[in-house]
Design a protein around this ligand. Structure first.
Ligand code: ZN
Length: 318
């Protein structure tokens, strides 16, 4: 039951992980206690060393574990492809919490822009076909931890991810399997709610700000067909600039009376912009048809054979 003093899912995952690292061979996640927090969606790097490691360190059974991967566990923007997959993981596959899980010794972090350009050339990709800013384009990063923190921030503020979903940032030592908590999604969740309450309290100016968003008529926005890429960029910029201001509403305000110009309306506008941006997204042989949402949810890789089986030993007294 909510309200009881008990660990939340990721608190229990970290606790079990740290006990196991300290030598407790009985340490495991008692998954049955966290049914209402499962499944989770996890974004990790593509590094193959993580294949056996991640399910083991999280200790979550395969049917409760939606695993998304890309090189460097990078989120490039609030509407990026990975963000859409995370959104679908939550909306379609009912993920209750999100974790961005970075790791030590990440090759994406270790690769410099010049090295990448050389290696791409080695596999037949010439410099001239690449965009000017290769570094930014591939999302290369200098700090593995900062990369996770940045990704969490983007997910937390994405209009595609609801305010009800905690977004955590973890970091795993690829040698030892020890987890480190970089972003506590439960804390951020509280902060977001607090922020919202502040906004509500300082009504005057804020309501005006939000009202200007409500009055904003998407139908009157002109998207020049000749500048399709720019349109998308502008829509993303617009969202990026306004997301902070829109912020999310805490769960409990769902049934509260809403005033004109309240965030739900603003969010609708944000969604309309996303739709519009997608409609104008450049596509090969585009018929300017509105794209249908991706139908297949992220695939869950089969767990490796050495994955730890969730066990249910008697709960130790604390
Ligand atoms: Zn990596």
């Amino acid at each position: 039951m909510r309200g009881e003093i008990r660990m939340r899912l990721f608190e229990a995952i970290l606790e079990a992980n740290h006990r196991a690292i300290a030598g407790d061979s009985t340490a495991s996640l008692r998954q049955s206690e966290f049914a209402d927090s499962l499944p989770i969606a996890a974004l990790t790097c593509i590094d193959v060393r993580l294949n056996p490691l991640i399910p083991e360190v999280l200790g979550i059974a395969e049917e409760h574990f939606i695993w998304l991967r890309n090189a460097g566990n990078i989120i490039t923007g609030p509407l990026s492809s990975t963000m859409r997959s995370l959104a679908l993981a939550c909306a379609v596959k009912c993920a209750k919490e999100i974790v961005i899980l970075g790791h030590t010794d990440c090759q994406v972090c270790k690769t410099t822009t010049m090295q990448l350009i050389e290696r791409l050339k080695d596999v037949g990709v010439e410099r001239q076909v690449l965009p000017d800013n290769v570094n930014e384009y591939f999302g290369l990063f200098a700090s593995e931890r900062q990369n996770v923190i940045k990704a969490c921030d983007l997910v937390r503020h994405s209009p595609l991810i609801g305010p009800k979903i905690p977004v955590h940032g973890l970091f795993v030592d690829i040698q030892t399997g020890k987890l480190e908590w970089l972003v506590n999604g439960y804390h951020t969740f509280a902060t977001v709610s607090d922020k919202w309450n502040e906004v509500v309290r300082s009504a005057g100016e804020t309501v005006d700000k939000l009202k200007s968003l409500t009055d904003f008529n998407i139908g009157e926005m002109k998207f020049p067909e000749t500048k399709i890429g720019e349109t998308v960029t502008k829509a993303e910029d617009w969202l990026a600039q306004n997301i902070e201001r829109l912020e999310v509403k805490p769960t409990q305000s769902e049934n509260a009376p809403t005033t004109p110009g309240s965030p739900p309306a603003a969010f609708n506008i944000a969604h309309q912009i996303v739709d519009l941006a997608q409609k104008h997204w450049p596509k090969p042989s585009a018929q300017s048809q509105r794209p249908t949402a991706p139908v297949s949810p992220p695939k869950i890789p089969l767990p490796p054979p050495i994955r730890v089986k969730p066990q249910f030993p008697p709960r130790p007294k604390r």
